[in-house]
Design a protein around this ligand. Sequence first.
Ligand SMILES: [Zn+2]
Length: 445
Amino acid sequence: MSLAIGVVMSRLFIAGLGLSVLLVVSRLEADAVARMTAVKLKGVHESIEANNAARQPVEQKTGYDDVRAILHCHSKWSHDSRSTIEEIIEGAHKAGVRVIMFTEHPADHYDFVTDGHQGLKDGVLLVPGAELHGMLAYPLKSLKGLTFSGPQEQSDMIKRTGGLAFICHLEERMDWEIPGITGTEMYNTHADAKEESRLFLGMVNPLFWLQLRPLIEQYPQELYGALLDYPKDYLKRYDELCQKFPHTGVAGDDSHHNIGMKIIRGEKDLIILEDLLGDKKAELSISKLPFLAPIAGKSKPGDVIMKLDLDPYDRSFHHVSTHLLMNGFDREHVWEALEAGRAYVAFDWLCDPTGFIFQATKGEEKWPIGSKIKFQEGLKLFTIAPLEAKIRLIRNGELVQEAKARELSFDVKEPGVYRVEYWLQIGDEERPWILSNPIYIRPAQ
Ligand SMILES: [Zn+2]
């Protein structure tokens, strides 16, 4: 994610559009900026504490380990990240992440498969890959030098190496339909943030950052989570795609650790805003904008007046992850879970969902999440999570049952693509918590 905002934005201040206007306007609807007040964030924080206190481990066993994985992660191999593998692994440890599947931006100076991070490092399993022409691409052999006529050929080629491919940034490719592809993102943090126009407007205003500073210190995760909205368009498309053929749904963290701002004292009367990659985002003159004088204080040219960091890895990893149900811990078992769709997406910061179950049952028989089974009499769907929530059972994109409960059992009367969502009351809003992959129930014949 990079801030697509230029120096030109500073003109807005000269036009008199300051932070107060931004905040007054934002009260009208719930966007990220509206959620970034001390009162709102305190409410969110208290809900999360209450969730943690009420959480009860799920007793039922599935025979699988619930492993937190991150797909869509960049390191300094990518042009828009400066992060070392040590920093990323530290973030994984803090967020309880055990698998990281990298998606570097390819470049001539390296091969993302052979040079990319891989193997087990300090307990974290690393898988190399790339963000390649609209896909999270995890080939098992180098693709260096190859070109593809389009997404179908690219997906086929990745799969032929034994690799996996997922559509990423679905919002930009809602018309893609690629038989044989492993799956798609069902949420992407960057796509969620893109809609936050007022947030991006605020981010080139030093006053905005000044106001944000105490909130970032007190409620770092809640503040990051302010951008979370239900990915309605993504899921609508996801439901359509899954009815055509199975797609494993994954979370696109799009982690880079590059969102934040440095306020630097420039030459003469200038205040400079620079992002975490060192790109200048605004240059403001104190004599033209006297409200900047207290920010500048007694600073000298070159002084860093303030540095704020919004997206260290532990925070973006904790925001959303893909939970894999695995029965072994190595690259092969990661592949097996993702190919089978034995995965769910969760916003872990709202409450730890580990142990969540969605399965089909008939008598003693059980089929895990992602299963493809034939319709038969006596088939039930069962789901349970560690916390009471609003459970929504969805068939072919339509809501078929809703309940406020910890678990739900449903008699299957007809074939279809079934998935569940869990929602939690967080502060004064309901927020999505768990988005499962489907169970595919085929017609009997
Ligand atoms: Zn990316």
